[in-house]
Ligand binder design. Structure first.
Ligand code: PEP
Ligand code: MG
Length: 556
């Protein structure tokens, strides 16, 4: 019987090939031989540490300059983390306390790991980077090559416990058929880079390292499954069919609609002017989510209204006057800390003062941002909508709508908190549209941190409870005659997109690269088929059954 391992699907696509299990650590023999490095003066040991760190950082910078987009950003961030002054200070303190240099580095890194883990969210995901930096610094100190992935000549399925940015960044999609890791969630670096490279990817696949060595694997990046030693002929046939189907998708040019002509607005999620321009060049009906906070991650102080207006205008402009852009007001806090807005030291930041809640104590922050959006809308003439994140009450929706309308902007709110879905009729009486953020709606419905890979089976938008809240929200939209979008990652899953349309969602917003596969899939099903898929998904006991039941109803 073929062993099948389940993980979290990250990048769709089928791949079949021999497994290459990578080990990314320094050899224990070299570490033992190095011992305490022979330093008698802690300052000499610190100088050796500095030289090793600089060499590691330089390696990251070199790779960054040869990469682009998200990959370059990830590598530059790793270089910054390697040379972090706080980390160096911790190493120096340990050295002065008499620790040998390798132990001093180890303890300093573990101290940072504890801090990052405690912060949760995106910071916790940087733990892999920290440990990778430690391995590299140790390798440099003991005189070994830095650990990393060494690819063979032929194509492989790369398997690892976890992959560091530097391992994934240089990957050649011609040699790496798929990526499978035991750790990591959908927002880990492995996931980000696999998405950018278009390599089928499954993360959180517990047990794959032990099962894969010396075997061939069939990876299904849409279903999140890894089959060990499947029948080669059948596996190849499935991969060929998948490759053909994906090639066809590349030609989809919109507009979004089902096979029987039911229109569905397919929109892009953007983060800045560059992603907006790239999205505008493709077959998208506009922007369903502009994550404004991502423009200011590196700012210590709040940008002025004029600065903000300039940034927003650059995002609005490429969509002209015909394609609307939904600007989300700052969703700072929790996994997106912003120096000038976030409340530090919260016990539980995901349930703390994030998103719209920042305006409870600093109303001016929201007002200034809305002024800037209005100025950008006026300058560009763009059809500009605004929406607030993390809305939990009808009063919040009303206050936001008033502030937006005073500035001539079309107001809406996100449905990310279950209370907003439960009160969708009343919320819709206040605003002109709703946009369901399935990432957070799933997190809050299932009480499971969206970045925790151990809980990936719970943080799955196919959970029947989540689908039921989507259905309630869409039904309220139908009653009010107002649009209901989905802008979480769920919208980018072509199968789930059909289910969402069947539930009554009127627009889907996703990474621009996902628009073609989603549009092409929707074009193969009728609205009635979408409805049938949504019924079986809602009735299924768990996400895997929901996927299977919905998939079984796709036309062959
Ligand atoms: C969501 O929660 O689904 C969403 C789109 O917002 P973000 O992922 O930025 O929190
Ligand atoms: Mg959210």
């Amino acid at each position: 019987m073929v062993t099948s391992i389940h993980g979290t699907p990250v990048v769709p696509g089928l791949a079949f090939g021999p497994a290459l299990v990578t080990v990314t650590d320094v050899s224990p023999a070299a570490v033992e031989k190095y011992g305490d490095g022979g330093f008698t003066d802690p300052d000499d040991a610190l100088a050796a540490y500095d030289a090793a760190v600089e060499a590691v950082a330089e390696g990251f910078r070199r790779k960054a300059s040869a990469a682009d987009g998200a990959t370059a950003g990830v590598l530059t961030a790793s270089a910054g983390l390697a040379t972090d002054r706080g980390l160096r200070a911790a190493v120096r303190k340990n050295l002065r306390a008499g620790e040998p240099v390798l132990t001093a580095v180890d303890h300093a890194v573990e101290q940072f790991v504890t801090v990052f883990t405690g912060m949760g969210g995106l910071m916790a995901e940087r733990v892999t980077d920290l440990r990778d930096i430690r391995s590299r610094v140790v390798a440099r100190l003991v005189g070994e090559p830095e650990p990393g992935v060494t690819l063979p000549d032929g194509p492989v399925v790369l398997v690892a416990t976890d992959l560091a940015p530097a391992d994934t960044a240089g990957l050649d999609p011609a040699l790496v058929l798929a990526l499978v890791t035991e750790r990591g969630g959908p927002t880990s670096h492995t996931a980000i880079i696999a998405r950018q490279l278009g390599i089928p990817c499954v993360v959180g696949a517990t047990g794959v390292v032990a099962a894969a060595s010396g075997h061939t694997l069939l990876v299904d990046g849409a279903a999140g499954t890894v089959e060990v030693d499947p029948d080669p002929a059948t596996a190849r046939e499935r991969v060929d069919r998948d490759t053909e189907a994906r090639a066809e998708l590349a030609h989809w040019e919109g507009p979004g609609r089902t096979a029987d002509g039911h229109p569905v607005k397919l929109m892009a999620n953007v983060a800045d002017a560059a992603s907006a321009q790239a999205a505008a060049d493709g077959p998208v009906a506009g922007v369903g989510l502009f994550r404004t906070e991502l423009c200011f991650l590196d700012r210590d102080t709040e940008p002025t209204v004029e600065e903000q207006a300039a940034v927003y205008a650059d995002v609005l402009a490429p969509f002209g006057k015909d394609r609307n852009v939904v600007v989300r007001t700052l969703d700072a806090g929790s996994d997106k800390p912003i120096a000038f807005a976030t409340h530090p030291d919260e016990e539980n930041p995901a349930l703390g003062v994030r998103g719209l809640r920042l305006s409870f104590t600093d109303h001016g922050l929201l007002e200034r941002q809305l002024d800037a959006v209005a100025a950008a809308a006026e300058k560009t003439g763009a059809d500009t909508w605004v929406m607030a994140p993390m809305v939990a009450t009808v009063d919040e929706a009303r206050d936001f709508a008033t502030a937006a309308r005073e500035r001539g902007l079309v107001p809406g709110v996100m449905v990310e908190v279950p209370s907003a879905a439960l009160l969708a009729d009343r919320v819709l009486a206040e605003v002109d549209f709703l946009s369901i953020g399935t990432n957070d709606l799933t997190q809050y419905t299932m009480a499971a941190d969206r970045l925790c890979s151990d809980l990936a089976h719970l943080t799955d938008p196919w959970q029947p409870a989540v689908l039921q809240l989507v259905e309630m929200t869409a039904a309220a939209g139908r009653r009010a005659g107002k649009p209901i979008g989905v802008c979480g990652e769920a919208a980018a899953d072509p199968l789930l997109a059909c289910v969402l349309v069947g539930l009554g969602v009127t627009s889907l917003s996703m990474a621009a690269a996902a628009v073609r596969p989603v549009g092409a899939r929707l074009g193969t099903v009728t609205l009635e088929q979408c409805r049938a898929m949504s019924r079986v998904a809602l009735a299924a006991p768990h996400p895997a059954a929901a996927r299977d039941a919905a998939r079984a109803l796709l036309p062959s």
